[in-house]
Design a protein around this ligand. Structure first.
Ligand SMILES: Cc1cc2nc3c(=O)[nH]c(=O)nc-3n(C[C@H](O)[C@H](O)[C@H](O)COP(=O)(O)O)c2cc1C
Length: 187
């Protein structure tokens, strides 16, 4: 039975945390059990409880082609505790600003993420992140502008755009709540 939903997030610049907090808010309203947000780096939950009687959400951003290191460490350490039918893996990146780059079939980062961990989560999606040139160090700004030029995105170094489709995030959250709630309520 699922009595909790645990959301484990990793975030470098804060935008994935913002998305994780939004998911937490929607789930809290839609799910009868306990919903908790944890840092993937230092989850305030004993390892033995991870994945036990719970639905697990892992959300992480891509940096230079790879999900943030702490999310990878979290998955390596805990993936065997989590049943795939009670797992959602959400990847935040700029590639997903294009609506046809948000699924396992169409997002290479997402596909490689699942393959690398040998995981087949019930829900897997890519969510568009935030572009924030003024915030980046000069090297990162240079690199992201290069990536943006190649993918026909904005290259003006003053650009700050939140590409996140909040309706998509809400729909994913509702789907997670529905799956977890289904297991909470006896048939
Ligand atoms: C240094 C850096 C490298 C990034 N590399 C990629 C990338 O390879 N592919 C991509 O689609 N997005 C890339 N992004 C975009 C981030 O995934 C996006 O900005 C996300 O919202 C960051 O989340 P955070 O604020 O939680 O760290 C990169 C961003 C930065 C700052």
């Amino acid at each position: 039975m699922t009595t909790r939903i645990d959301i484990f997030y990793a975030s470098h610049d804060g935008h994935t945390l913002k998305i994780a907090r939004f998911i937490e808010k929607i789930l809290t309203g839609a799910f009868d059990g306990k919903v908790t947000l944890h840092s993937a780096k230092s989850p305030d939950l004993e390892a033995e409880r991870i994945g036990q009687d719970s639905f697990t959400v892992v959300i992480a951003p891509i940096r230079y082609g790879y999900p943030l290191r702490e999310a990878e460490a979290f998955l390596r350490a805990n993936k065997t505790r989590i049943a795939p039918e009670r797992l959602a893996m959400l990847l935040v990146c700029l590639t997903a600003r294009k609506p046809n780059r948000q699924s396992v079939e169409t997002n290479g980062y997402l596909r490689k993420w699942l393959a690398r961990h040998g995981l087949t989560p019930k829900i897997a999606a890519s969510i568009a992140g935030k572009l924030d040139y003024p915030r980046y160090r000069p090297f990162d700004r240079f690199m992201i502008r290069l990536i943006m030029r190649m993918s026909r995105g904005p290259t003006d170094p003053t650009t700050q755009i939140e590409y996140t489709d909040w309706a998509q995030v809400e729909a994913l959250s509702q789907e997670i709540a529905r799956l977890a709630q289904g297991e909470l309520t006896p048939a």
